[in-house]
Design a protein around this ligand. Structure first.
Ligand code: PLP
Length: 423
């Protein structure tokens, strides 16, 4: 029996002993094709020599220096690069160790900005059902995954949740896409008004919903409408690109495709591409300027904030993405994979929907297509699909997600951008 508290306490997973390119190998020598990048993490594939070399150089030079005493060259260079490549004036960067920490950091930055702007009454975030923002308590409170939240409900801050932009489930028969989008925006506006607009700090959403709905892109104009509401009521727009960002959807930031500039962006996963645990928050210039002119400090920090080796790895990832034109590859390969999934499974009686953007693709399984009725949650069909795939040497990411407040069955495909057509 393992001494690790694994996800399952009844079953110890196979032991991974190596990984190269598109494959992970276990201790029995079995190879698994990594069609999910772990959990949409390994965007460059495994053991990329440029990233390994950068990490090795950095660890030999300076493995750690506490951020309360020192900055480091890789952290400065990474922040400079992220700032240069981010949309608009999203040029202030806070480096953390993962996605949940990034979301928590963005929440606190938003709150401190409100306090220092003389708007201390603003303390409510609005978020969406069918969203996942992380497992720490603040991020879990923002998220709308009923199953993940339920046992911890007494520990969570109060977050009003509105409907996600999830056409397959939300758009009524005969309703136009524009009318559906307008209805979603009206619901958001009503939630802002109900909470008291002067009390609302921000609205948080994933550009393309990942783990709780299975690669669901927004309708055209949805985020423009969200931005307009945030501007109307003075809310900060906080975009969670932990899963959908860093090239996965075919542009460095998925939100760039919506023509909207958010105030805060949370990053993780693909930022370090699995080589190091690293996340980041990007904030618009005026937010940090307000703190600089006010208290002069962001009241936050972790022991591993801006870790030099994590920063060196993330910087090397950025270099590979640009040097090997992998963001473009994600767009092209994603279109091709989508076409092939639709050809293979589009008419399958238990496939309700195939969707996504770039190399973030989702398949929603249903008991019957016409009524879009999910399978019984007890069947845990998504988990069974994962096991079947693993037995055949294929990694796909299963998600219980939520459908109308109960668990549904979504399968996520998020392969490395280096995938070939043959893969
Ligand atoms: N936000 C989104 C959209 C995610 O998909 C995840 C992880 O799946 C997180 C936040 C949390 O990131 P982490 O697991 O690195 O804490």
């Amino acid at each position: 029996m393992s001494h690790i508290i694994h996800r399952s306490l009844r079953h110890t997973p196979a032991l991974a002993v190596g990984a190269r390119g598109m494959h992970v190998f276990d201790s029995d020598g079995k190879a698994y094709l990594d069609a999910s990048g772990g959990a949409a993490v390994s965007s460059l594939g495994h053991a990329h020599p440029h990233v390994l070399a950068a990490m090795q150089r950095q660890i030999a030079q300076l493995a750690y220096a506490h951020n309360g005493f020192f900055s480091s060259a890789p952290a400065e260079a990474l922040a400079e690069r992220l700032a240069a490549d981010a949309p608009g004036d999203l040029d202030a960067v806070y480096l953390v160790s993962g996605g949940s920490e990034a979301v928590e950091t963005a929440m606190k930055l938003a709150r401190q900005y409100a306090v220092e702007s003389g708007q201390g009454e603003r303390g409510v975030f609005i978020a969406r059902r069918q969203s996942y923002h992380g497992n720490t308590l603040g991020a879990l409170a923002l998220g709308g995954n009923a199953w993940r939240r339920q046992p911890f409900a007494p520990l969570l801050i109060d977050v009003p949740h509105v409907a996600p932009c999830y056409e397959y489930r939300g758009r009524a028969p005969g309703q136009s896409q524009d009318d559906y989008t307008a209805a979603l925006l009206a619901e958001l506006e009503a939630a802002i008004v109900a909470a008291g607009p002067h009390r609302v700090l921000g609205f948080c959403a994933e550009t393309v919903v990942g783990a709780t709905a299975g690669a669901v892109p927004p309708t055209p104009g949805y985020f423009k409408g969200v931005r307009a509401l945030c501007d109307k009521y003075g809310l900060l727009l906080m975009i969670d690109e932990v899963m959908c960002g860093m090239g996965r959807c075919g542009s460095l930031y998925a939100i760039e495709q919506e023509g909207v500039l958010p105030d805060l962006v949370a990053l993780g996963k693909g930022l370090g591409a699995g080589y190091q645990p690293v996340g980041a928050v990007l904030a618009r210039r005026h937010i940090v300027a307000r703190l600089r002119e006010g208290s002069g400090a962001f009241q936050h920090g972790h022991t591993y904030t801006a870790h030099p080796v994590a920063a060196a790895a993330a910087l090397a990832v950025q270099e590979v993405l640009a040097g090997e034109r992998l963001v473009e590859a994600a767009a092209q390969r994603g279109a091709s994979l989508m076409a092939r999934l639709r050809a293979a499974f589009g008419a399958h009686p238990h496939v309700g929907d195939i969707r996504g953007r770039g190399l973030l693709l989702g398949i929603e399984l249903v008991r019957e297509r016409d009524g879009k009725q999910p399978f019984e949650p007890e069947l845990k069909l998504h988990a069974a699909v994962k096991e079947c795939a693993l037995a055949r040497g294929l990694m796909v990411y299963p998600m219980g997600g939520t459908v109308d407040g109960r668990r549904g069955d979504h399968i996520l495909l998020a392969p490395p951008f280096i995938a070939s057509e043959a893969d």
